[in-house]
Design a binder for this molecule. Structure first.
Ligand code: NAP
Length: 290
């Protein structure tokens, strides 16, 4: 893929599409990146209903200076069909969160969620090599994070989901059958003995959106876990993070850092420039609180 080269003085336009979209933090993140590396961008949000997805994506990219788009819920899967090519991570995830217009004017679909998660876990100094992780959830986000986690050296991924057919489908699609293992949801939500060794847990369900978090199995969530990570984020600690803290898990984080890191990967795909994400994470946490 030929990447966009930033031209001095030129303003490039970007949008994030989704429904709902007005609370997206992506415009602020990308504006902070652009300031750091001194490129001119105009980044806005665009509310897109499913029936208008194709026409709005095509119309946006028909304009010469409109260079890239981020895609969020609920369009990440549907937008795949509009891409001329897909990165390996987007292909295996079956989901795209970043669109890049190539020099030839074609759309390349990328998925930077997993690389973003791994970058945040690394920045938090959380071990991944030879670790056994439990991932809760089998939606679009889980599909995006599995391959980058395995590339980062994770030994085993235990996958659990309320609807087990969806975990089974992921295991079949990924074809790493010895690395991704089905874990019974009942073992997660009931207070039963667990004989599986788990080093850390990633919550990729949308359970944290609910204020009431279920009492998950205390035989998993206790001092023996080295860390927990919630992909969800909000101004206050998420209900999963609060639950893990209550269970005395040593370290628990939310997904704000992942949001910044996945954006950094998208920015790199558009401008071939890397930004200081540490500074942006600090600014963003302040923006979120206000
Ligand atoms: P999704 O495709 O809609 O999947 C949602 C998942 O949550 C499914 O596994 C679903 O289980 C599970 N779930 C929902 N309600 C549940 C309940 N009441 N009890 C048990 N399980 C429940 O969503 P997604 O795109 O994968 O996103 C998942 C989470 O990751 C969201 O909170 C999203 O905000 C977050 N995320 C964060 C970032 C970031 O940059 N920080 C990036 C991507 C996603 P079933 O299959 O049984 O319905």
């Amino acid at each position: 893929m030929k990447k966009t080269q930033a031209t001095k003085g030129q303003t490039y336009n970007f949008v994030v599409i989704g429904n709902p979209i007005k609370h997206s933090l992506s415009p602020q993140i990308h504006r902070l990146f652009a300031e750091q590396v001194q490129v001119n961008i105009d980044y806005s949000t665009l509310l897109v209903e499913e029936k208008n997805l194709e026409i709005q994506v095509r119309n946006f990219f028909a304009q010469e200076n409109n260079k890239g788009m981020n895609v969020t819920i609920p369009h990440k899967q549907k937008v795949v069909a509009l891409c001329s090519s897909l990165s390996a991570d987007a292909k295996i995830a079956g989901a795209v969160n970043t669109l890049v217009k190539t020099k030839e004017g074609e759309l390349e679909g990328q998925n930077t969620d997993g690389v973003g998660l791994v970058a945040d876990l690394n920045s938090l100094n959380l071990p991944l090599k030879r670790q056994s992780l439990l991932i809760m959830g089998a939606g679009g986000a889980t599909r995006g994070i599995i391959a980058p986690l395995l590339r980062a050296g994770v030994e085993k991924i235990y996958l659990t989901n309320r609807t087990p057919e969806k975990s089974r489908q992921i295991i079949a699609d990924f074809n790493f059958t010895d690395k991704i293992i089905l874990f019974d949801w009942q073992q997660l939500i009931n207070q039963v003995e667990v004989n599986t060794h788990i080093d850390a847990v990633i919550n990729a369900t949308s359970l944290s959106m609910k204020a009431e978090f279920p009492q998950l199995n205390a035989n998993i969530f206790n001092e023996s876990l080295s860390w927990c990570y919630d992909l969800f984020y909000q101004a206050e600690p998420t209900s999963f993070v609060k639950f893990c803290q209550m269970q005395k898990v040593a370290k628990s984080y939310d997904g704000l850092g992942m949001l910044v890191e996945q954006a950094n990967e998208a920015f790199y795909l558009w401008f071939n420039k890397r930004c200081d994400t540490k500074k942006v994470k600090v600014s963003l946490a302040k923006i979120l609180k206000n």
